[in-house]
Ligand binder design. Structure first.
Ligand code: DP6
Length: 337
């Protein structure tokens, strides 16, 4: 007997970043982070649980639908997570996984957030495990991708929330507001599409070696409150400056870690400059970047087309992925095998 389950899960863009962990293995952050769950940048994952004996199988689907074994480094991250979920379900089933992303992987578009969110939910489904959102968030986090714990929920999400035990294994995300609360767009500006040199994991590990890390911790509580408040009031002109400050500070820390990590490309700075120009022309648009060179430009949905057409022309820009706030993961009947 076998059971197949497919889930499509979105990536998210952090307004207040997770950077630096108390416990990196279990992805327990030093402080909370807040993100917006996206709609179009998704991971699509099918998991089949079967009685057949044999090792688990992890496949990557190409754009034309053909399946190939996942690279070893990718398998190394996924297989322990499958084992964890199997144990949690009290199962001995062999698992077959196929996955694909709608966007370039490992380029600062949180592929592991959407990937581990989709993997956790699809595996749970295939194993007959019913997960409440809070439990799904904890399990997704235990994959090692902290940001995955935010992608299991739609809208505007904070992780971890104090009532869920900020420092414990139970550190889970909670929704601040659903997607319908505020139609924000994320115009994703691609300036590089290859994998980044240093993973987020490597970055978290080095974060505390930056002389700016400690100061950031003092600033974060006020910033988190400002972002929660701006989301509640749908006030983009209050949210935007904090989001930009956060993005720059994340990169200030990466660039001053030992050894330093430089994620930005010249085109990253050119896009930042173009966004500032758009504001001078009266458009409320604000940039942020995760651990990569690509730029996410946050604006009202009604301004997204104008922002995209302006930024498409910036030298070094390789493409635009229009995105925006989304409702979170969904079960799909489009199985990948
Ligand atoms: C800069 O450890 O969750 O995106 O596994 O690569 O998604 P990935 O990284 P993770 O760290 C996320 C770092 C960040 C900020 C954020 O999303 O909060």
């Amino acid at each position: 007997m076998s059971q197949k389950h497919t889930v499509i899960s979105p990536a998210n863009i952090a307004f207040v970043k997770y950077w630096g962990a108390r416990d990196l293995e279990r992805a327990i952050p030093v402080q909370p982070s807040i993100s917006m769950t996206l709609r179009n940048a998704v991971s699509h994952t099918t998991v089949e649980a079967s009685d057949a004996s044999g090792p688990d199988e992890v496949l990557v689907a190409a754009e034309d639908g053909t399946l190939a074994p996942a690279p070893p480094a990718f398998q190394e991250r996924i297989l322990p997570h499958l084992e964890r979920l199997r144990q949690r379900a009290g199962s001995t089933a062999a698992l077959k996984v196929a996955t694909r992303n709608s966007f370039p992987s490992a380029a600062g578009i949180a592929s592991s957030a959407s990937g581990f969110s989709a993997l956790t939910l699809a595996t749970a489904g295939a194993l007959g495990l019913h997960l409440e959102p809070r439990e799904a968030s904890v399990l997704a986090r235990l994959s090692g991708s902290g940001s995955a714990s935010r992608s299991v929920m739609g809208g505007y999400v904070e992780w971890p929330v104090a009532s869920h035990g900020e420092e414990s294994d139970e550190a889970a995300a909670a929704q601040i507001a659903d997607a319908g609360h505020w139609q924000l767009a994320d115009v994703i500006v691609l300036v590089e599409t290859g994998p980044k040199d240093v993973s987020s994991l490597g970055g978290h590990r080095r974060a505390t070696t930056s002389p700016h890390f400690a100061r950031r911790q003092e600033l974060l509580p006020g910033r988190l409150e400002a972002v929660r408040d701006a989301i509640r009031r749908r006030d983009l002109d209050a949210l935007g400056p904090v989001v930009e400050e956060e993005a720059v500070e994340l990169h200030l820390i990466t660039m001053s870690s030992k050894p330093p990590i430089f994620y930005w490309q010249p085109a990253t700075l050119a896009v930042m400059e173009a966004v500032r120009r758009l504001r001078e022309e009266g458009l409320s648009a604000w940039y942020t970047m995760d651990a990569g060179a690509n730029v996410h430009v946050i604006c009202e949905e009604t301004a997204a087309a104008a922002v995209a057409s302006e930024l498409r022309g910036v030298p070094g820009v390789r493409g635009i992925l229009p995105d925006g706030v989304g409702a979170g993961p969904r079960v799909s009947d489009e199985d990948l095998f």
